[in-house]
Design a protein. Structure first.
Lengths: 164, 229
């Protein structure tokens, strides 16, 4: 066996091993993240909608709607960076709109995630302050923080399929 | 003398409101398409309101507008539609002044679909919970997400109907040598041997359009604030 062909075989073996490890990384624990992750994001979206609805009505129910929903957003989003272990992307084989770039450009993803957490904390503060104008501004900022990440790291296919 | 005059003068076929609403709708749907696909929902909402205004105005103009704009003058029964369809393969057929019997179906279907898609959009919930349709505050997040998907689904069907509409225009242009786009821009068409005096379009006064515009603007505004006055 020539040196060159040995190197080829070795390289191929390394690639195969790498692929095997990557596949192994998509273990049941990672795959199991996907569904609850989606549910929790829906909770966040639903909570922001509920706050937005109050703004539309013009008379804001702080105690029954805005405060608890702002709390939900803050509590849920505090953990959102834990919901994306390596292996819980499209390679998991479960329907997910999480793009591989979440892990390829993880630094940026984490930065956007933290920015959303910051806005969630601010939203919570504003909810407790019960200032209508500040709430409008902060709901906008919160939505933009959500969107910033979704625009880059969520597949556009989410529009095509209905949710269950 | 009368005939010679008719032979050389273009006939008015579409009045300004019909033409303006048509091209505004083209722009409105293009903007909505682009902003929808690119998740620019803030602007999608605005263009959606614009489309609602345009469609309501067109429906109103279909009741009280110029003769060629009115539904009673161009929506025909099955017999007239089949009669017209059976002449479609002929290259030389007399002009229908205004919508022909077959084209009328696509007008009604397109207007209906646009209205349906807009109404679904009014209830649709943005997945980020930020720029949802104005009426979504009356339904839950989950229901609103479901409607958002229906909004998407029916828009895709609308796109196919619009494609058919464009295909028909191209068919008339190439096969029947008839330019339908020009009249929709300048409002006139060349005369034709089969024309009779009463085919001339009868306009409608401007004040009617203004009254409709005021009322429709008020309706769209009320919808946009979800009737929370």
């Amino acid at each position: 066996m020539s040196v060159l062909s040995f190197r080829c075989v070795a390289a191929a073996a390394c690639v195969a091993l790498g692929v095997a490890i990557l596949k192994a990384a998509a273990g049941p624990a990672e795959v199991a993240q996907i569904k609850p992750r989606q549910d929790k994001f829906r909770d966040i979206g639903g909570a922001l909608k509920a706050i937005n609805d109050e703004l539309k009505k013009g008379r804001i129910d702080w105690d029954n709607t805005v405060v608890p929903n702002a709390q939900t957003i803050k509590d849920r989003s505090a953990y959102l960076l834990n919901w994306f272990p390596k292996g819980s992307g499209p390679e998991a084989g479960v329907k997910t709109y999480a793009l591989p770039s979440i892990w390829q450009k993880n630094e940026d993803f984490v930065k956007l995630g933290k920015a959303a957490q910051d806005e969630a904390a601010k939203l919570n503060q504003v909810a407790l302050s019960k200032n209508g104008n500040a709430l409008k501004t902060e709901v906008d900022a919160m939505g933009k923080a959500c969107k910033a990440c979704h625009d880059s790291y969520r597949s556009g296919d989410y529009e095509k399929e209905d949710e269950d | 003398m009368e005939t010679a005059f008719a032979d050389t003068t273009d006939l008015r076929v579409w009045d300004l409101p019909v033409r303006a609403l048509h091209w505004l709708l083209v722009i409105g749907i293009s903007v909505c398409w682009w902003t929808g696909i690119n998740n620019e929902l803030e602007y999608h909402l605005w263009s959606g309101y614009a489309i609602l205004w345009i469609v309501l105005m067109r429906l109103y103009w279909g009741l009280v507008g110029s003769s060629t704009a009115r539904f009673v003058n161009f929506v025909r029964g099955p017999k007239a539609i089949l009669d017209y369809a059976s002449t479609l393969h002929r290259r030389e057929t007399p002009h229908s002044h205004g919508h022909n019997a077959l084209g009328a179906i696509s007008i009604v279907v397109m207007l209906g679909l646009v209205l349906a898609v807009v109404i679904l959009g009014l209830f649709a919930v943005d997945v980020d919970g930020l720029h949802s349709g104005p009426l979504s505050s009356y339904i839950s997040f989950k229901q609103g997400r479901h409607i958002a998907h229906l909004h998407y689904y029916w828009f895709n069907i609308l796109i196919w109907v619009i494609a058919l509409h464009l295909a028909a225009v191209i068919f008339y242009f190439i096969y029947k040598r008839r330019n339908l786009i020009g009249p929709m821009i300048h409002g006139k068409r060349p005369p034709d041997a089969g024309d009779v005096a009463e085919t001339e379009m009868e306009g409608a006064p401007l004040w009617r359009f203004v009254i409709g515009a005021v009322v429709v603007t008020a309706i769209v505004y009320a919808v946009s604030i979800a009737f929370y006055f």
